[in-house]
Structure formats: C-alpha cells, structure tokens
Design a protein around this ligand. Sequence first.
Ligand code: SF4
Ligand code: MG
Length: 330
Amino acid sequence: MEILKIENLRAYYITSLYGVERRVRAVDNVSLEVMENEILGIAGESGCGKSTLLKTMIGLIKPPLTILGGKITYKFDGKDIDIVSQKEEINNLRWKVFSYVPQGSMSVLNPTRKIIKTFEDLLKVHLKIEGKEEIKKLSEEHLKALGLPSEVLTSYPHQLSGGMRQRVTIALSTLLKPKVIIADEATTALDVVVQRGVIQLLKRIQSEFKNSIIIVTHDMGVHANIADRIVIMYAGKILEVGSAKDIFKNPLHPYTKYLIDSLPKIGDKTFKKSVPGAPPSLLNPPTGCRFHPRCGMAMEVCKENVPALIDVGSGHKVACFLYSKEAEIS
Ligand code: SF4
Ligand code: MG
C-alpha cells in the first residue's frame, strides 16, 4: 500500500522583474508513489528539482514556489489528505504523519537550549505531555531504542560532534513515530565514518518503526547502501524508477547509465567518465526529452516529444524513447 501519492505535480518558482515573468520549472509533471515500509532514494545532480520536490511533500510551499497543478496525497487512518487543496491540514500531519530532517542540524536544535528542551517542546505541544519525569523517560527510551546515548539530552548542541548532532536531529524527527520521514542530504558534509553511522541509524529506525523513509541525496553510494527503491530525477522530471537492484544492475535510461558508470568500483583504477555537458537551466529547459542535448543515443523524436514514464516490468519505469514510443501529453 502507498502512504504518499504524488500526481502530475508542477511546482515552479515564479518571479517577476520589470513586468517580465520568470518561471523556474523545478518540478514539472512529476508522479510518484511512496510505499509503506520502504526506504525510497531520490537521486540526481544538484539543481534537478529534488529538494523542491521534498519541500512540496512537507507543505513548505511559499512564494516564489507555486504549485501550478497536481496532488500530494497522504493516506493514513483510512483518509486521503491532499495537502495542495487542503493546506490547513499540514500542521495536523507534521511530526505525526510526516517529519522532515533538514540538511543542517543546527536549524532544528536551538544553540542556547539543552537537547532535552527541544524534545520537551515536541512532547508538550503534540502529545500534551507535561510531566518532567515522563518527558525525560520517553526521551531516554526513544534514544535508547535507536542506540544513541541518553546523556546527549543534558548537552547543548555545540557540545556534540556534527555527526552526533545529525543523529539527534534524526532521533527528534522520529519521536512521535511519523509514518514518513523525509530527509534532505542528511549525510552530506559528514565524513565517511560518520556518514555510515547516520545510514545505520536510518536503517534501524525503519526496521524498528516500520515506517517509510524518503532520502534525497546526489550521492549514489549512499543510495546503494540504504535505498530499497530509487527515483532518478533530471531537470525537474523523473527519468527512471526501480528497485535498487534494477537501478544498479540494470539501469535503462542513458542518464542513469552515466550515473552508475561514474561510480568508483573496488579494485578498478580506470578513469571514470562523468556525464558529458552540464545540466540545463530550469528557466528554459530543452524541448522534448530534457536530456537530449547530452544524450549519445538521441533521435529526432527526442527533440520534440517528451517521453512518458512507462513501466517496463515489475515496477521498473523509464522515460525514454528507446523503450517506448509513448509521449507525455501536456
Ligand atoms: Fe536519449 Fe532520446 Fe532517451 Fe532522451 S528519449 S534519453 S534523448 S534516447
Ligand atoms: Mg538540494
């Protein structure tokens, strides 16, 4: 069963300068399902729209970001809530149904307050728990369940290492047992050993609470370590979706093939090619398949028509005319 469904979402940054409108097409007709009990990885180069897609999932939709169409539906307790048409529901969903782990942990933890205070706020506001002892007990139990030391509660954020702060932020975001955890570049800017700790923690959370985790990172190595399914984004669109096994062992889209080929492999000392050219501007993306100016396989049809995202078998989907002639209807 899916817990979150995104349908035909268009989220653009719309600004106007001297009466001239600019539209950055960050998320352009994206459809995606997030299943219960899965770790979904969203991959792509920076500026491909993946962080914008996350922002829309948590209802962080403020001008200039504008939703021009589509639905973002959370399914829980037998209800369907589309946060595009039912914006007022977002506050009821935050923390309990979904929670967000931002890139920098300091934006969540208040530098002037001990960690326990932030846990306390959350338990007071959302669960109406007032007793100090109960708050302490619940916070300690939660950290213990995640294999983190409860001593962190009496520390100030600056007294913890960057990696521990990030893990505490993740623990905090799971305190009310949300159904979906949404993490943006949660492992970026951490060294490899610390990164491994954060990945272990996310896996532990998933097996402990049986929730869904959406992890966005440009780092395919992280996806290889954690994701059950992977979504490949490029220039505001989804180009391929599949199980981690399919994406790594049998990538179909020419762009995904480049991403996988550019990964270092153990014992292989040969020079790795990166994707030729640069990602396009989302202000004026290429016509047709947005990858066509960089694609070695491009055909005439690719310049004019947008390939539809088609299931080529057991949930492996690809948007490329090499696999299906079906075009997107716009
Ligand atoms: Fe290349 Fe055409 Fe496929 Fe786009 S649709 S990836 S240009 S072959
Ligand atoms: Mg980003």
